[in-house]
Design a protein around this ligand. Structure first.
Ligand code: S3P
Length: 437
């Protein structure tokens, strides 16, 4: 049942907190654990609906997945090619990452699997993944390119070289995962670097994978007929979840918070780079490396932001943070132009139009020119109005944050989807001093 909520004008946020584990790394730890020989012990796993869908899918295919404690999981895998046909449909709920990465897994097994999802996921385009995977041997029964789909894995997976037509880590990962099962080398070429957790974690699990930079392209080559070995994974805190706490502290007066142990992989930190250019008082403390990923604590204090232009090439490193950034741009002085946001149209909702509608409901002046979003900030936000989340967790959280700093509270129509990525969002924000009703 839908659950409406408002953020109430808040001030003086303080405290030191940890946000849940990174969603992208959590999905991959479960999938690669299932494709490994031996045990993968995971600490800090994100226990949100999206990731639990992946855990359920790999266990339906024979991997032994067990929760040992809070965020503490163990996967006993069956090795590359060892998974079994699921007895029933695999339900990926709201998760595009789970569905698309698991398509790469089916492309390596000669059985059928039915993929289903919720209304939002069932309207998202799968052609971008099905196209390359069909060249590697994957087939499906239906004539359309969205869930529900019954996928037919090939008896032999073919290697390929694929240049990504869209900057998408999900597409890249699906092809690299399918490449694990193919003889020879599978290569993915990307013009813009997208999050590289698949490359890092597959190497860590023993896959033979190389990354070469050539002119302005990134060539990722993986050796097939691979053998993966289970290994311990510590999941760092999700920078995309930390973005909402960061946003709240920036706009609520007299705030000073610290978010601990956040993933600072450069393919994920475009939001923080942009905020620095906007004049945000953000410092990174205690930077270190854990499990092959850079992490650190983020200290955020209330700041008067100024408008900037966010270049198109930064989009992949902050793709999930644009709704939050657009809300913050309303509190900045001057114009913020966010360039080339076409990919936002195919997220959990059409995030470009959902964001624009929400900004307009808050009386923030904004416009779009092609795929650019332009926000005119005046330093303060009137708020009020009603936000439609369209089953999109990040729209819900972004506008709840906006509401905390606005003169009038906004009503967010449905906050239940927040559970897909950040189940303890409300209590954690309340711990910092945010108020909701
Ligand atoms: C993700 C990649 C991104 C991102 C999504 C998680 C991943 O999607 O929006 O939330 O874990 O690979 P695209 O690859 O489609 O841009």
């Amino acid at each position: 049942m839908a659950q409406a909520l408002s953020g109430l004008l808040s001030s003086g946020l303080s405290g030191s907190v940890r946000v849940p584990g990174d969603k992208s790394i959590s999905h991959r730890a479960l999938i690669f654990g299932a494709l490994s020989i031996g045990e993968t012990e995971i600490t800090g796993l994100l226990e949100a609906d999206d990731v639990l869908a992946t855990a359920k899918a790999v266990s339906q295919m024979g991997a032994d997945v067990e929760q040992l404690g809070e965020g503490h999981w163990r996967v006993r895998g069956l090795g590359v090619g060892g998974l079994q046909a699921p007895s029933g449909p695999l339900d990926f709920g709201n998760s595009g990452t789970a569905a698309r990465l698991m398509m790469g897994v089916i492309a390596g097994h000669s059985f059928e699997a039915k993929f289903v999802g919720d209304e939002s996921l069932s309207s998202r385009p799968m052609r971008r993944v099905l196209d390359p995977l069909s060249q590697m041997g994957l087939d499906w029964h239906e004539e359309y390119d969205h869930l529900p789909l019954t996928l037919i894995g090939p008896s032999r997976t073919l290697p390929m070289t694929y240049e990504l037509p869209v900057p998408s880590a999900q597409v890249k990962s699906a092809v690299l995962i399918a490449g694990l099962f193919a003889p020879g080398i599978t290569q993915v070429i990307e013009k813009e670097a997208t999050r590289d957790h698949t490359e890092r974690m597959l190497s860590y699990f023993g896959a033979k994978l190389t990354v070469t930079l050539e002119a302005d392209k990134r060539l990722i080559a993986i050796e097939g007929d691979a053998e993966l070995k289970g290994a311990p994974v510590i999941v760092p805190s999700d920078p995309s979840s930390a973005a909402f706490l960061t946003g709240a502290a920036l706009i609520c007066p007299d705030s000073d918070i610290t978010i601990e142990g956040v993933l600072l992989n450069p393919t994920r930190t475009g939001f923080y780079q942009t905020l620095a250019e906007m004049g945000a008082n953000i410092t990174f403390i205690n930077e270190r490396e854990e499990n092959g990923e850079p992490i650190g604590d983020i200290r955020v204090r209330t700041s008067q932001l100024k408008g900037v232009t966010v270049p198109a090439e930064r989009a992949p490193s902050m793709i999930d943070e644009y709704p939050m950034l657009a809300c913050l741009a309303g509190f900045a002085t001057g114009q913020t132009r966010m360039c080339d946001l076409g990919e936002l149209r195919v997220k959990e909702s059409d995030r470009l139009s959902a964001t624009q509608d929400g900004l307009q409901a808050a009386s923030i002046s904004c416009d779009s020119e092609g795929d650019d979003l332009i926000v005119q900030g005046t330093g303060q936000v009137e708020g009020g109005g009603f936000v439609k989340t369209h089953m999109d967790h990040r729209i819900a959280m972004s506008f709840l944050v906006l509401s905390l700093g606005a003169k009038q509270p906004m009503v967010i129509d449905d906050t239940t989807m927040i559970a897909t990525s950040f189940p303890n969002f409300i209590p954690l924000m309340e711990k910092l001093g945010c108020r909701f009703k």
